[in-house]
Design a protein around this ligand. Structure first.
Ligand SMILES: [Zn+2]
Length: 175
């Protein structure tokens, strides 16, 4: 039996496909997917998740920043469920920082992302919302948004030399 919270790992073709728009925000299928995503997040130390990571090719991401073992400095916030999300770049300024991914265990890499963005999305009631995000939250969003388009963060890495093992990353952080 398939575990509810099984996370697709790099190499699984589902991570390389385009996710489709949510049509019926309140359908049982969508409610079930959101529930499974929240469950998968609560069982992991991730700070965000995209539906394709639980093998559901729909445009849903959840941002759930909180300090965890993987991200001790993450700001604390309630999980935000975003359907059919999009974003605009507010400042062309990009910042490079470390990322990891539940679908790519054991690896971290430096990734450039826009520092400040305006996110628009539909909530679970199908009401359009806007959110200006910067820094870590903007980074999580851009990472999860990429998953909806079949991209992973390694695709954004500038040099292979910016990819390190989780063990070496922890040593860097402890310095
Ligand atoms: Zn990811």
């Amino acid at each position: 039996m398939k575990k509810v919270c099984e996370i697709a790992q790099l190499g699984n073709p589902v991570l390389r496909q385009q996710a489709v728009q949510v049509e019926a925000f309140d359908s049982n299928g969508i409610i079930r997917i959101v529930r499974n995503m929240l469950h998968a997040l609560s069982e992991s130390s991730g700070v965000g998740l995209a539906a394709p990571q639980i093998s559901e090719l729909v445009r849903i991401v959840i941002i759930a920043s909180r300090p965890t073992k993987r991200y001790p400095l993450a700001p604390e916030m309630e999980p935000v469920v975003m359907m059919n999300p999009n974003f605009e770049v507010i400042s062309e300024l990009m910042k490079t920082d470390w990322e990891g991914c539940l679908s790519i265990p054991g690896i971290r890499a430096l990734v450039p992302r826009y520092e400040k963005i305006k996110i628009s999305y539909y909530n679970q009631q199908g009401i359009k919302q806007e959110l200006v995000a910067d820094s870590f939250i903007a980074r999580i969003f851009q990472h999860e948004y990429d998953h909806l388009n079949g991209l992973v963060y390694l695709d954004r890495v500038v040099s292979n030399k910016d990819i390190v093992s989780e063990t070496e990353f922890q040593k860097l952080m402890d310095q």
